[in-house]
Design a protein around this ligand. Structure first.
Ligand code: ADP
Ligand code: MG
Length: 368
């Protein structure tokens, strides 16, 4: 079922938690709401759920499919929820926790006890907890408890599943596993999911599309690939991964900062360039385009690449450059080695009247 939000705005007293938001979620989509703490993700999710009401405005509308649910009570929205804190019933077995929502349905909607049993057992099978059906929540690990929460949320066959940082309290490995679970269940059961996280990797790995939020606004909505390849503005670029900065004065196409030099095609004036760790390489000499001398402060092999930390007077913060293992060996990279950074490409987000979010994106490729 599709979800359409039109002009959803929210104030808490005088402070604005959400600027008017428009968002269309397609039926069967898994959407990730990504943003730093306080950006309004939970508020938006709670409004979709009906746990929070948006500001009163004639333009405000929330549609589930063709149905206008703007004023429909949470219990009539047919939504499944999963929150960070498991909130399982401690005195009930795993089986009873999953069955609970079905057993309290009004009589005419309630399945027979035989059918409830079949449905719960099937759900427990899907989250691979059949063997623990008679355990109590306290006898389960955090990851298992969260799988019970997921099964419980799905018992009522919701068409919409809302998840608020559901794996936030779990360790990295369990989180990874649960992400795969969620993706799998989502695809198998065909519901529409909105998933809140502040973890970029989680959002990029799991979502069909990611909604990046900051300060109660949507900064960008895109597929993970498009988001990473073409961030709409500086906020998105910086939020999505490690960034190296080079700020300096440009004169006649030459950017200067301390003893650093880089040929650029930018007008004269002060500019800041941004680049990701894999958007630069290292060499033992400068070339005619780039003279960016630095000292290696750390060399960390991470999987297929080597992450090299650099320091120099012209940097405001240390740089991180990802190089191939063979290049690290060829350059004899070790702590204390003197090297030259060579940008392969860079990004530039001119600020217009102090509003970074309206800035255009401009990327310059420098061939090596
Ligand atoms: P996120 O989930 O992205 O961390 P929230 O939606 O929880 O962000 O919060 C957005 C903003 O709204 C924050 O500034 C937060 O302090 C404020 N806020 C959220 N809920 C309430 C509330 N019930 N009362 C007052 N302010 C709130
Ligand atoms: Mg939140």
């Amino acid at each position: 079922m599709s979800i359409r939000l039109h002009h959803i705005q929210k104030h808490f007293g005088r402070s604005q938690a959400l600027s008017p938001i428009d968002l269309d979620v397609e039926s069967g989509e898994l959407i990730g709401l990504l943003g730093p703490s306080g950006s309004g993700k939970t508020t938006l999710l709670r409004i979709i759920a009906g746990l929070e009401t948006p500001d009163d405005n004639p333009a405000t509308q929330l549609l589930f499919g063709e149905r206008d649910v703007t004023r429909v009570h949470v219990r009539d929205r047919r939504i499944g929820f999963v929150f960070q804190h498991y909130a399982l019933f401690r005195h009930m077995s795993v089986f009873d926790n999953v069955a609970f929502g079905l057993t309290v349905l009004p009589r005419r909607e309630r399945p027979s006890s035989g059918e409830i049993r079949t449905r719960v057992l099937r759900l427990l099978e899907m989250v691979q907890l059949s063997h623990l059906a008679q355990r109590f929540p306290a006898q389960l690990s955090g990851g298992q408890q969260q799988r019970v929460s997921l099964a419980r949320a799905l018992a009522l066959r919701p068409e919409v599943l809302l998840l608020d940082e559901p794996f936030g309290a779990l360790d990295a490995k369990v989180r990874q596993e649960l992400r795969r679970w969620l993706r799998h269940l989502h695809d198998e059961l065909g519901f529409t999911s909105v998933f809140v996280t502040h973890d970029q990797e989680e959002a990029l790995e799991l979502s069909d599309r990611v909604v990046v939020m900051s300060n109660g606004r949507i900064e960008q909505i895109d597929t993970p690939e498009a988001l990473y390849r073409a961030p709409a503005n500086r906020f998105v670029f910086e939020f999505l991964g490690d960034v190296n900065h080079l700020e300096g004065q440009v004169h006649n196409g030459l950017l200067t900062c301390g003893d650093a030099r880089l040929r650029v095609t930018l007008p004269d004036g002060r500019h800041e360039l941004l680049l990701r760790p894999h958007e630069a390489t290292l060499a033992d000499t400068p070339d005619e385009r780039a003279n960016l001398p630095a000292v290696v402060t750390a060399v960390v092999p991470v999987g297929a690449e080597v992450r090299v930390e650099l320091s120099a007077d012209w940097m405001s913060e240390p740089w991180l450059v990802a190089v191939r293992h063979q290049d690290a060996e060829r350059l004899n990279l070790a702590r204390g080695a003197r090297v030259y950074a060579r940008p392969l490409t860079w990004h530039h987000y001119p600020e217009t009247a102090g509003q970074a979010r309206h800035s255009e994106r401009r990327a310059q490729t420098v061939s090596t």
